[in-house]
Design a protein around this ligand. Sequence first.
Ligand code: HEC
Length: 147
Amino acid sequence: MFKQLFIWTIGAFILLQAIQIDIPKPPKTIDPSLALHAPKEIDSMLKTSCYDCHSYKTKMPWYGYISPMSLEVKSHIKEGRQALNFQEWGHYDESKKQKVYKGIVKTINFSMPMPMYLTIHEKAKLTQKQRNQIKAWAKSHIKEEEY
Ligand code: HEC
């Protein structure tokens, strides 16, 4: 009885592996001058805490290849890059950049980096002080609304 259940479970797990989503392949050559160049301290925080989902430099964890976790992980990477890719910064026009700076101010205290992600990525955790630093940096780039 248990043996059968075990076999069925393994079988279902193997079948599940057929369900995969693809992240679009990064371009072959990535022009380093396109990347956002923030002050060193900010830059290193963004690289540690945001680049897994907001750049092409994703460090994929092992479970990122195993369905069903991979579906979750890959969709975060895909949507994260679409919303904001720090390595595509040079291609963004001013209004997109403004949107991102505002988005950072809005999200840095609660929703970014994604709380779920932080439970498994100890290193990406930001202290309140670091969050304040990132917020202040983003704020300093927001232009006054023109009326
Ligand atoms: C685990 C993946 C992940 C990490 C890590 C992550 N993000 Fe995101 N981010 C996303 C996803 C997915 C979206 C798009 C969907 C959404 O808005 O929730 C997003 C959207 C955003 C947006 C646009 C949101 C808006 O409302 O304008 C900003 C700005 C942002 N992230 C900033 C950051 C910053 C800054 C960091 C690092 C401190 C970070 N993110 C880390 C996954 C991530």
